[in-house]
Design a protein around this ligand. Structure first.
Ligand code: AMP
Length: 145
């Protein structure tokens, strides 16, 4: 299965983002409201400039307390964002997320942001894929194919 197959079945199709100058509290409200774990951070030119996950916020809350909620998003975001493309496979993306220890990935095609996937999306797709392979093998062994 490919990343584009995951994107086509996602319930939240739109890309949820904040801008670098937004307050961390605004990003936290959005994460809560949309029930997601990370937001894309855009610069003034609307280009992706980073990613901010709930983990970045919790880490800073633990380090410096609730005052960090009035910081701007660019203070806490990760700038070196790793992305995939819509033609990557679920296995490739799982490996990238495991190696990089993150659970969210922007999908970029020809330099354009086309979606965001989470480890939950990837695991769900992979389970479906493995189930299909198992069923096909069982049919083959039983002589149904
Ligand atoms: P996550 O597991 O996705 O909640 O994020 C864990 C850490 O990795 C946080 O510091 C995020 O800002 C960062 N992060 C999340 N997604 C990515 C990504 N695609 N590329 C680089 N860093 C990321």
């Amino acid at each position: 299965m490919l990343v584009r197959d995951i994107l086509s079945t996602k319930q939240i199709g739109k890309i949820i983002s904040v801008v670098t100058t937004d307050k961390v509290s605004t990003a936290a409200e959005l994460l809560s409201e949309m029930r997601i774990g990370a937001v894309i951070v855009r610069d003034a030119g609307n280009e992706m400039d980073g990613i901010l996950s709930e983990r970045d916020i919790v880490r800073e809350l633990g380090r410096s307390g609730s005052g960090c909620l009035t910081n701007v998003v660019s203070d806490l975001m990760t700038s070196n964002v790793k992305s995939c493309t819509s033609t990557d496979t679920t296995q490739q993306v799982m490996q990238m997320m495991t190696d990089g220890r993150f659970r969210h990935m922007p999908v970029m095609d020809d330099g354009k942001l086309v979606g965001v996937i989470s480890i939950g999306d990837v695991v769900a797709a992979r389970i479906k894929e493995v189930q299909f392979e198992n069923d096909s093998m069982a049919d083959l062994i039983a002589g149904n194919i």
